[in-house]
Design a protein around this ligand. Structure first.
Ligand code: TXA
Ligand code: MG
Length: 302
């Protein structure tokens, strides 16, 4: 299959909708990372996503909603009541945006999307291209990150092409993703709510908007079993190169390895040393993390 890359435009969104409506998949930008979208209520489209990614069917997908109004998702049969008031508080504050909520599965959500769980992860993305796509489609999209399973998530269209060339018909190119890491996943099934996957929105911001402390789950998933926190596998988002991620400045950079520093390079000009944030800002670290891991992999001797 030939994979085409088209800049986001009214025409390319229209074409993406046609591809999606016939049950195929399309990669598109979100504010976090690029997603691989397919009709979220159609089992065949969901299966195509798992196939293209080589993802185990025990790892559930996020349903991306066309509207930030949670009540609409309940009325449409995508989420089932009771929905805790915490969920409404969070969506009012953070949607559209990089927050995913785990709630009770609505009757129209097929089990392959949830990996057989009675819960469903939902989010309404903020990226204008994602919003345009969802509203033109008028239906929710299942969309994991647009990488092969276990690989680094893509934060621009060339990275998606590197991951899925020949496996999908279309990539909508909306430039680099502004946040650069995934949405925060919060389970509202637990009381109090628990963060299943740390992401763009910090635990502090979530706790502040809820008025209670929201903890980060520490449980890792067992291989091939859906659990309450299925995406937290021991190996995930994994680069191929041996590398060190250095929190503190170090003196000697062994040329056998690549080094990624959180802060500035502090005068080191060696080609195996990379900085995530010359400005020390966490937002810059997030934006550069996957891009830098990918760059380091491309430097790997073959
Ligand atoms: O930022 C994001 O969330 C990106 C963009 C494309 O929206 N998507 C993304 O999807 O990161 P994915 O499939 O790579 O990660 C989804 C995470 C996984 O850790 C999965 O296990 C978890 O959400 N998840 C999905 N459904 C769940 C459920 N019912 N219960 C618990 N965790 C769930
Ligand atoms: Mg992913």
């Amino acid at each position: 299959m030939k994979t085409r890359v088209l800049p986001v435009s009214r025409e390319s969104i229209k074409e993406a909708c046609e591809i999606l409506r016939r049950g195929d998949v399309v990669a598109f930008p979100t504010e976090t990372v690029y997603g691989l979208g397919g009709l979220g209520l159609e089992t065949a489209a969901i299966q195509k996503i798992f196939e293209a990614k080589g993802r185990p069917t025990t790892d559930p997908l996020i349903l991306h909603l066309p509207s930030p109004d949670l009540q609409e998702a309940i009325s449409a049969g995508w989420v089932t009541e009771p929905v805790p008031t915490f969920a409404f508080a969070l969506t009012k504050h953070f949607w559209p945006g990089p927050l995913t909520l785990v709630l009770k599965r609505g009757r129209l959500v097929p089990y392959p999307l949830t990996a057989g769980l009675e819960t469903v992860a939902v989010r309404c993305p903020a990226h204008p291209a994602a919003r345009q796509l969802l509203s033109s489609l008028g239906a929710p999209l299942a969309a994991p990150s647009a990488n092969r399973f276990g690989h680094i998530s893509p934060t621009d269209a060339p990275a998606v092409l590197q991951e899925l060339n020949g496996k999908i018909p279309l990539i909508l190119d909306g430039g680099p993703c502004p946040a650069g890491i995934e949405s925060t996943v919060v389970s509202l099934i637990d009381d109090p709510p628990v963060i299943l996957r740390p992401g763009v929105i910090s635990a502090e911001s979530i706790s502040e908007s809820l008025g209670i402390k929201c903890e980060i789950s520490t449980s890792l998933s067992q291989k091939n079993t859906p659990s309450t926190s299925p995406g937290m596998l021991a190996s995930h988002y994994a680069p191929q190169s041996p590398l060190y991620l250095c929190r503190e400045p170090i003196r000697h950079f062994d040329p056998k390895y690549q080094f990624i520093l959180f802060g500035p390079r502090e005068g080191s000009s060696a080609s195996n040393v990379h900085s995530l944030s010359p400005d020390h800002r966490p937002e810059t670290v997030a934006r550069n993390l996957y891009r830098t891991l990918r760059k380091v992999d491309s430097l790997r001797p073959t």
